[in-house]
Design a protein around this ligand. Structure first.
Ligand code: CA
Length: 233
């Protein structure tokens, strides 16, 4: 999956949904220069059809769109168990509050005006996270520190012995502290398959993880929704 730097292989198709032509073109140009394939849509309803038809690696989604707005598009995708990574582009701070507050399963956002370079970097980050490529720096949530490059986990000073699946599940939760993941999301993103019948697998592994982490466990159950990793729990 990892590719040599500066090679010219396509890095995946990005769907850009933006109704302002100048901004859409700026995004398209910068993504293309970085090796991404790009498909542009300016209309919300058509964008939904395009996601289903082209199956993009990620979606850059303007919030303010004619017809169906970006938030409705994301909500519709998630309701259909489509977890294609979504990076929102917003024009206003109150839209950021809506994106975060509605727990739409947005993977990231930028606010206008944004730097195209930063946007491209964020797309790379979203793809890395959702493909489970570990970040280089160790991550700490509460008393737990996870070092993905060395595949080691510490609760305080004690090193824990986790199975590969337990490690991947904990890493996935800790990569975005505070973000709530549904069981279906975790099944699809950590195990790599989706099946509502299999969601009990997630509960079983969370229980095993908690038993090993003991009082240091950062995993919080969100009743009726799923799980999140939080510090100070
Ligand atoms: Ca717009």
């Amino acid at each position: 999956m990892s590719t040599a730097p500066r090679d010219n292989r396509p890095r995946g198709l990005i769907l850009v949904v933006e109704d302002e032509p100048a901004i859409a073109e700026l995004i398209r140009l910068n993504l293309a220069q970085s090796g991404y394939g790009v498909h542009l849509e300016s209309d919300g309803a058509r964008a939904l059809d395009t996601v289903r038809r082209l199956r993009p690696a990620a979606i850059i989604l303007d919030v303010g769109l004619p017809g169906l707005d970006g938030i409705e598009i994301c909500r519709t995708l998630r309701a259909a168990q489509d977890w294609t990574p979504v990076l929102f582009v917003t024009a206003r701070d109150d839209e950021v509050d809506r994106i975060v507050g509605l727990e739409l399963g947005a993977d990231d956002y930028v606010t206008k005006p944004f730097s195209p370079r930063e946007l491209v970097a964020r797309v790379g980050g979203v793809l890395r996270r959702t493909h489970g490529v570990p970040d280089a720096a160790p991550q700490t949530v509460g008393a737990v520190t996870l070092d993905a490059t060395q595949h080691r986990v510490f609760a305080g000073d004690d090193e824990l012995a986790l199975t590969a699946t337990e490690f991947d599940l904990l890493a996935h939760l800790m990569r975005r502290p505070g973000r709530v993941f549904t069981r279906e999301q975790l099944l699809s993103e950590v195990w790599g398959y989706s099946s509502v019948a299999g969601t009990r697998t997630v509960d079983v592994h969370v229980a095993q993880l908690r038993a090993k982490l003991g009082g240091a466990s950062p995993i919080r159950t969100v009743r009726g929704v799923g799980y999140a990793a939080e510090g100070g729990a």
